[in-house]
Design a protein around this ligand. Structure first.
Ligand code: IMP
Ligand code: MG
Length: 176
């Protein structure tokens, strides 16, 4: 068990299992993109660990870039407005794969997809380390998912709690 800030977490997915899940999803990408040079876009901050492990399992040629959402408190009742920063490369006619740490409600992806689509990409797919199918609130076609998990708060392997805990090699779940 570990304590981060005021909360206790217990080990949930050990490093060895993460490694084999990442290898499996990388093998799918190696097969599907054979002969192509896809552009992977890791979503910061959380996806930096997964992206680093994923690309080192890829045997096909590819590019890796990173982008980040900045969230603002909106003046409208709709809540927050999100802006994408760092996505200034030319994606026209490219095969793009978005690399995400975790998809929870799916709102982040749902906002991001049309922005990338309008850059004239040839194809666009999602690759997520973790997915909480029970929390998904929007229609998303998630082609690559390393591991599905139940509705719980997760920490480690890039994922944080109040900006702490991203460095843990194993994935932890909040203890109730
Ligand atoms: P969504 O927009 O609801 O799908 O949430 C996606 C983002 O919320 C992820 O990229 C994470 O940064 C964060 N997130 C969602 N679930 C968790 C979790 O269990 N632990 C840590 N961060 C999470
Ligand atoms: Mg994230």
């Amino acid at each position: 068990m570990i304590t981060v800030n005021d909360l206790n977490f217990e080990k949930f997915i050990p490093e060895e299992e993460i490694k084999s899940c990442v290898a499996r999803v990388a093998a799918e990408i190696n097969q599907d993109y054979a002969g192509k040079i896809p552009v992977l876009i890791g979503i910061l901050n959380g996806a930096f660990v997964f992206a680093a492990d994923l690309v080192r399992e890829l045997t096909i040629e590819h590019e890796i870039h990173f982008a980040k959402f900045s969230s603002y408190a909106g003046t409208e009742t709709t809540g927050e407005v999100k802006e994408l920063i760092g996505l200034n490369m030319d994606l026209k006619d490219r095969d793009v794969i978005i690399v995400e740490d975790i998809i929870d409600t799916g709102t982040t992806m749902y906002n991001l997809l049309p922005r990338i689509q309008q850059m004239g990409v040839k194809s666009l797919e999602i690759c997520t380390m973790l997915l909480k199918p029970g929390k998904l609130q929007v229609p998303l076609n998630i082609k690559y998912c390393a591991r599905e998990i139940p509705n719980a708060f997760i920490l480690g392997y890039g994922l944080d709690y109040n900006n702490l805990g991203r460095n843990y090699r194993d994935i932890y779940v909040l203890k109730d």
